[in-house]
Write a protein that binds this ligand. Sequence first.
Ligand code: ADP
Ligand code: MG
Length: 705
Amino acid sequence: MPTNSKSILDTPIEYLKGVGPIRADLLKKELGIHTVLDLLQSYPFRHIDKTKFHKISEINIADDFVQVKGVLNKLQVHGQARKKRLTAQLKDETGSIQLVWFKGVAWLEKNLQPGVNYVCYGKVNFFNGRINVPHPELTLPNENTQTSSHLAPVYHSTEKLNVKGLDSKGRRIIIFHLLQRMSGEKLEEHLPDYILQKLKLMGRHEALVNIHFPKDQRCLDQAVRRIKFDEVFYFQLRMSQLRADRQMHIKGLSFGKVGSYFNQFYKECIPFELTGAQKRVIKEIRVDLGSGVQMNRLLQGDVGSGKTMVGLLTMLLALDNGFQACMIAPTEILAQQHYASLKKDLEQLGISVGYLAGSVKGKKRKLLLEELATGTLQILIGTHAVLEDPVVFKNLGLAITDEQHRFGVAQRSKLWKKNKPIPPHILVMTATPIPRTLAMTMYGDLEVSKIDEMPPGRKPVTTLHKTEENRLYVFGLMRKLIAAGQQVYIVYPLIEESAKLDLNNLMQGYESLERDFPKPEYQISIVHGRMKTEDKDYEMQRFVRNETQIMIATTVIEVGVNVPNASLMIIENTERFGLSQLHQLRGRVGRGADQAFCILMSKKNISKGSYKRIKSMVRTTDGFEIAEADLKLRGPGSIDGTMQSGMAMFKLTDIVRDGDMIRVCREMAVRIFEKDPSLELDIHKKMRLHLEHYFHLVKGWSRIS
Ligand code: ADP
Ligand code: MG
């Protein structure tokens, strides 16, 4: 084993004392541990306080892990061959519990000593109305427990590892010896002193020792903090590098001027006062546009927060600088809505606005394309059709996409090519809230603006949870609101695997609704995924024009439609929707002056998870709060692929709970990067080497970089 500490870390695991080739194979397969560093970074998920013992009579199912002292007896083998199992009893002065093993029975039978006092540690299990402890860890009270610490690490294990002595106890011993050998030559510190001091961080070597064998709880907390810092800080440094790289390489159009279009519209045409958040975002965008670097900005803002106005003002800046602008929406109906309202706003300034979608054909299309190419047309609103090759602009300076989650990366990159040689600025607007810490971490290389304030006077949607028994109440509310001239959405889930079943549900719902809300007094629109686009649009339009009072649909209405007169949203089988989807749906109502309602229908007995989702919805209408709740409920597993691969390098950091740490790291990384972007200063040299080494090792990193 090499003595230099850097090469100790890179030593293949099979060369580590106490491991060898067979166990090394197992560590690789079961835990992905290839090197000594991997082993040291397979952190314990908890520690046992060896000074604390439970009394057996006090153990209950609410306990997670327990440690008890007692006499082992009644060893008994049950079953045959593969079904063999060993049970034993552990007895202290207050009572007894059962211990049970399903693996390694023969060995245990030979080695366990009945009548002897043991310390037993394990996870509590509840089986057949009784408490037992499967596969407990047993040690003799006077057995050399290897460490002076009273907090002993517990590691994740698997059955295969257990059999080969690589269970938590086995690994604890291997790691303990390893750290002891390393104590002669400590691991080199890579953070400069000023950071360690400023943030009061524990040293690197000390942290690695204390995460496994902490001197006390305080040292453990400090070790955890230091390791989390390393994880996030280096990630943020890398993000800063990427962002800078991009800015160096991608030249952008410089819109230095704020001209008469913007000024006149701003002063004379906006019928309301912009919110503080809208003003702030517009400032951020103006800085981007004037910087000479291509803007790639994500604009987040809850449904109804007024993103369109920000988009419009940004387009005016492009026009003021002699460029064209376009806005793309994911559906024709949404594009048409934008077109109608923007045209009304812009024509008062004498600006020409065009509309392009698949449905625009023949002469009309030809004329439009001509105007676009010559520059007569200043603003184009449309669907994906705008991306097609024959659509050529004279000089496109800005492209806005609305509701980004329906818009793939590939499609956005097509926009880049719509102006040559310098790509247009890009503004992506989305109502899908991304939790703050996540955005900071994962979109670290993208600029993010946020509208976190609603226009004044909005009444939050009243949200209620109801079951089938309350159906009459729900119908009653529908009748009342419709009588007052308002409209209602009813939404059914649509999940790919059970699309047929879902469609049946929707049709049944429609039929029963027709009985309770008969024509001609009531008119119902129906929209679902199996319909042709034209038919869907036709039905939507009838609802938009208030010719139908009820819109029954699968989730197709999720994206951006604006029907301010709709004040009730009923969601059927709520338990089958995700939280963020529910939030999006609810955002369809509460856009007008009337008090709006959202009723979440579900079965009476639903899972705990569904219940929590529904409770979150009833409790708050804040999209960011909901996104955080969603992340907490579903865990990082709910985050899409690109983000996941970024997350893989966080072993200890919890993207949801460690928000403060993430903010501290980000600030520190940004500050250092501003002063010393290539990390050339002497005090940063070790940091640079560590950064290179670290990202070289992280799998999947290339996918985000
Ligand atoms: P979204 O962010 O969901 O796209 P919209 O841009 O459609 O929201 O805005 C929703 C409604 O709020 C529109 O009718 C818009 O005219 C209005 N609105 C936008 N900004 C303000 C404001 N500052 N004050 C009052 N109403 C506003
Ligand atoms: Mg919108």
